[in-house]
Write a protein that binds this ligand. Structure first.
Ligand SMILES: [Zn+2]
Length: 273
């Protein structure tokens, strides 16, 4: 029986995975243990015990937006065995956006540089932390059903200067719209920040974080445990914005991924009867 299972594992790995930059590679594995190691582009990823399917593990590999389109190798080590799997990264055709914002939010005044640096370092440290506990066991919700005003991945040209790409998805939301947690987790940031404005970041475990920016009122505190669909804030237009909206982001192992793609993929593996 065990031999047969291992045989199937190899069969599964015979074809190349295909994934686009900015998206996530999410799949499940059987017959491994929590000490198995999955390595991709010099980063090691821990398998996550499937919360609903006995004997299964989830593997989530974020593909950075800036990953060059070509074939890579994913290495998978368990019980002294090593399996390699080809991963073909393709280029997504993301749009370009021209935005005009207050000049001070593009090139911030000197007096804010310390604050910006501090906020950046604080967030970086949090996102790099992988909590060894999965806070959720059911599918994610998007929580807001309004029109998307800016998709994940748009190249951002602020006042004619190419600054970055859009690391989340923006939903139209008039000021004061109730914002809910997309899944269970622990609040790790609940504060007012220079670029993101009123911000909430939730740790969902195993390096998965959701973020909610430009809020007018934050209704949770750092350290709070929140439930899926719990109101955590009211939307607003704080920080670097062109108007009121909700910016929703998901990071996995410090990498921004397309939130809606992540939710669709992980939900397909979590939605079991
Ligand atoms: Zn945004």
């Amino acid at each position: 029986m065990r031999l047969l299972a291992i045989f199937f594992l190899f069969v599964n790995f015979l074809y190349a995975f295909e994934v686009k930059n900015g998206k996530s590679l999410i799949f499940e594995l059987q017959n491994i243990d929590k000490n198995a190691k999955i390595t991709f582009l010099n980063k090691t990823h821990k398998p996550i015990k499937h919360p609903k399917k006995e004997g299964y593990y989830l593997v989530i590999i974020p593909i950075d937006y800036k990953t060059e389109a070509k074939e890579y190798s994913l290495e998978y080590t368990y019980q002294n065995k090593k399996v390699t799997q080809a991963v073909h990264v393709k280029k997504e055709n993301y749009p370009k956006e021209q935005l005009s914002v207050e000049p001070s939010k593009v090139k911030p005044p000197k007096k804010y540089l310390d604050r910006i640096h501090k906020e950046y370092e604080e967030a970086k440290k949090i996102y790099a932390t992988s909590t060894d506990k999965l806070y959720f066991n059911s599918p994610f919700i998007v929580g807001i059903k309004t029109q998307i005003t800016s998709e994940f991945g748009s190249a951002r040209v602020y006042n004619d200067v190419l600054k970055s790409y859009h690391g989340g998805v923006d939903f139209r939301a008039k000021e004061g719209t109730k914002i809910v947690a997309i899944n269970h987790g622990k609040v790790v940031i609940a504060s007012e920040r220079y670029y993101a404005g009123g911000s909430v970041v939730i740790d969902h475990g195993f390096g998965i974080y959701s973020s909610y920016f430009h809020l007018s009122k934050v209704k949770v505190k750092k350290g709070d445990l929140v439930e899926q669909n719990q109101v955590i804030a009211l939307s607003g237009k704080s920080g670097r914005v062109t108007g009121p909206h909700l910016h929703l982001g998901i990071k996995v192992s410090s990498v921004n991924v397309d939130p809606l793609d992540f939710i669709n993929q992980i939900n397909a593996l979590l939605a079991l009867n």
